[in-house]
Design a protein around this ligand. Structure first.
Ligand SMILES: [Zn+2]
Length: 462
């Protein structure tokens, strides 16, 4: 296990910004070694935007060894004398910019790249990194494992929220930076590698098979996956023509089958509520990896550490709209992902004979003031260790129920659809969500959000 270390950099985001300001007039300065998110200060990098990742990964389950090349097509957003990428562990063999070998150095989880000549703002350039080694997951502030997680038999579970992308490819690893992806994984014959989007090709030679995946919608690095196992594969199109690709560990197949069979119905139902499904592919990777302890809404194709139940399937599918298509600017706003996905579960259950969403709210509200639910405000977890605590999920859903109660069903569901539609493939923050809610409903909602989203402790009245 590698614990990510906070690095002491000479250039803090603030200092870097000052330097950038001071150098206006043509000077080039280093890109910041951070996206500036206080919850995960070592995540992401400044000065450039990755437009596209092309990853070629060769993986051998017996040795757990990865041999890889990453080609990043990026655009400089400032005049750059050098820039950083996020990469944890592994050995970097070479770095090239537009085909020419350049200097690089490593410190903690940062790979610093220094081009031969400064890159001018607005320039598009290609960075090719060769790297290899045995990937190791990272441990998040809440103690959970994140990233490339190898199982005893050499199979691999890949879930990168919030900071695990750096365990298997060099990236600008903060959701503020979204990119398209091609991920080609080569594994021994008999093994299957599953990434995001559509399978463009599958070729076998010399005892190894290459699976070439394409994700053509912008994606945050943490939502990229590369599940590897001896999967049972199911591939078909839904009634509306959406290609579905499910890969399931045989040990989970029996339990997973009836739930995965409902995926087309879940997508169709959520599309009616949230607006059109944002992506051109769907599916699931179901692994036998119970020690991981969570599922993740990896874009188009969530990964599950075991056969999911229907609520989990509904939850991860709802994230395709809320979290994947509409991304966070900062991790503090995690309730925009988790509260919405939890509310989707409430809606599904209510629609299928379970308690109404109002009843769910009342049941939660009845929990005593000392319950975890009230331990911190859903809209202000405080730090990276708390983003996956109870409040962003359950209190986040309660916020939406209060909003629905206040503005009425028609305005409420119009707000959800507009949120997904107006920010599709981009980003959204809480202030924008509140502004949209007020605009659509025509109501002042600041005290509602002050109490239910940002209020400390249990509100005095439901
Ligand atoms: Zn979730």
């Amino acid at each position: 296990m590698i614990v990510s270390r906070l690095l002491a950099f000479a250039a803090t985001p603030v200092l870097a910004a000052l330097l950038a300001g001071a150098s206006q007039g043509g000077g080039a300065v280093p890109g910041a070694p951070t996206a500036g998110d206080p919850y995960f200060p070592q995540s992401g990098d400044g000065g450039y935007h990755v437009v596209h990742y092309r990853l070629n990964l060769g993986y051998t389950p017996a040795s757990r060894h990865l041999d890889a090349t990453a080609v990043l097509t990026s655009t400089a957003t400032q005049n750059l004398s050098s820039f950083y990428l996020d990469l944890s562990g592994l050995t970097v063999g070479s770095v090239r910019i537009d085909g020419r070998a350049v200097a690089f150095s490593r410190s903690g989880v940062k790979l610093k790249v220094t081009p031969a000549h400064a890159l001018r703002r607005g320039r598009t350039f290609s960075t090719t990194i060769t790297y290899s080694g045995v990937p190791a997951d990272v441990t998040d502030p809440d103690g959970s494992a994140d990233g490339w997680i190898t199982q005893k038999d050499g199979s691999v579970f890949v879930a990168g929220e919030p900071q695990g992308a750096m365990t298997w490819f060099p990236s600008n690893s903060h959701p503020i930076d979204k990119s398209t992806y091609e991920v080609e994984v080569t594994v021994p014959d008999g093994w299957t590698a599953v990434s995001n989007g559509r399978l463009a090709s599958r070729r076998s030679s010399n005892g190894r098979t290459a699976f070439d995946w394409r994700e053509t919608s912008p994606m945050a690095a943490y939502l990229a996956t590369a599940g590897i196992g001896k999967f049972q594969v199911q591939s078909y199109r839904t009634a509306s023509g959406l290609p579905v690709y499910n890969a399931v560990d045989p040990a989970e197949a029996k339990a997973a089958a009836p739930v995965l069979a409902q995926l087309p119905a879940v997508i169709a139902w959520e599309s009616k509520i949230f607006g059109r499904y944002p992506f051109d592919a769907a599916g699931a990777v179901v692994e036998h990896a119970h020690s991981v302890g969570y599922a993740l809404e990896t874009q188009t194709r969530p990964v599950y550490d075991r056969a999911p139940d229907i609520d989990t399937l509904v939850h991860e599918t709802a994230h395709q709209w809320f979290g994947d298509s509409v991304s966070l600017n900062r991790w503090k706003d995690i309730w925009l992902n988790e509260g919405f996905a939890t509310y989707a579960e409430w809606l599904w259950d209510a629609h299928h004979g379970g308690p109404s969403t109002a009843k769910r709210f009342a049941t939660d509200y009845a929990l005593p003031a000392g319950n975890d639910l009230w331990s911190f405000p859903a809209g202000d977890p405080g730090d990276g260790a708390h983003i996956f605590g109870t409040p962003p999920y359950e209190r986040g859903a309660m916020v939406l129920e209060k909003l629905r109660e206040r503005v009425g069903d028609q305005a409420f569901f119009a707000i959800l659809r507009s949120w997904a539609g107006e920010h599709r493939y981009g980003h959204g923050d809480t202030a924008q969500f509140i502004a949209l809610s007020e605009k659509i409903s025509g109501k002042k909602l600041d005290s509602l959000f002050a109490t239910w989203l940002y209020g400390k402790g249990k509100p005095a009245t439901p």
